[in-house]
Design a protein around this ligand. Sequence first.
Ligand code: PFF
Length: 463
Amino acid sequence: MDKELHQQNGDGQVRQGDTARQEDSGTAERFSRSGFIFAAIGSSVGLGNMWKFPYITGQYGGAAFFLLFTICLLLIGLPVLMAELTVGRGGRGSASSSLVRLSGRKIWGGFGVLSIAGAFFITSFYTVVAGWTLHYAVLTSANALGKGTDFAATFFSFIGGWWPVAWQAAVMLITGWIVVRGASGIEKFNRILIPALLVILIIIMIRVLQLPGASEGVSFFLKPDFGKLTNESLLVALGHAFFSLSLGMGTMMTYGAYVDRRQSLGAATLAVGGGDLMYALLAGMIIFPTTFAFGIEPAQGPGLAFIGLPAAFSAMPLGWLFGGLFFVLLAIAALTSVVSLLEVPVAYAMERWRLSRSTATVSTTVLCFLFGLPSALSVGGAVGWLHWEGKSFFDWVDFIASNIILPLGGLMVTLFVGYAWKHAAQEAGLTAGWFRLWLFLLRYVAPVLIVLVFLHTSGIWSF
Ligand code: PFF
């Protein structure tokens, strides 16, 4: 570790000569400083925060789980996030070539391609759920889901039909339309939508906190009961910290390549982690008060957002307005994440096959859409034969990307910065003390925990 530190100058700052040399090669696209923060928060805040986080918190122990999630985010999530950003900015290439450029070894490029494939897979099914949110935004705001609706039947008949394909196409079109504008287009889009997301969250939160019975939901979410925690809670919390920060899929490496050399990556990492946590907290402060006020089971799983919550909104005054806002919120959160996911294979295609941004975007968008079709059609059973071993095509792609590729991608970047890349200190620009802590976590703590998560999520070892 000390050898790396010697490669820094006295106060731990980056040596100008080295960085100026690296600046010459790689992509020329750049984010502005604040634009990058918005884009990275946009990537991390998504359906993971608004849809998955509330129901896993409900399943795995409420406030105690939230605390565990926060600890995992701080101890493992942030160091790995910082590692991805540092590799991206150091290599100035795609999630594959940056690794090769920095290590001088081709094998790392192959690991990078695995993450890029992971981003492609996640895009293909994440856009399906993003499409559902658009459909529900239209349904609720048009007041089509009034009292007396059978919410479960409505949801299952929707996802079991062909309409999800049209909505998924809409999501892909919007995403492609943003990604084709490159880093500057991506930052403009996030700069508007991320603050809008915050405003909508606060409006809905103020409304639902006034519901009778809401305070029970607040205390379920904020008062820890450690008796509810299990080994599994820890692994789920850690896995979710990775998913929530968009790690292991090359997204943060790809965005890192567009970060200005003078921007502090340490400060950016804290801002993104803080943003992610804040949006998760606000989402919880909407979902738990609402579910408790209307006697809905918060641990009901994925159906919570599309069955339980529409039922709750329909029962409150001006429910169409708040329900509509809620689904617009989900749709925005999803879109800003999909943009970052699509950018990963697009950046790779531009570099690998020397394609223009427009050709790379159009072809990747079309391929992703085609690959996503079986996901859209299998999850609700529109096409019955897309099932194997009790899992739909959607579930399989989710399983392979989220439970296998994501931890492996996270492990790869951890080992790369911890052991293989000799100049991480210069690029990271941390002070000596912070650098030591970062490297310690990346070398000894994160890999062990990530391997445990992998063994658990892949089903190899259940404990
Ligand atoms: N972080 C996103 C969420 O919480 O919904 C999901 C995600 C985006 C995962 C990008 C992975 C990724 F590369």
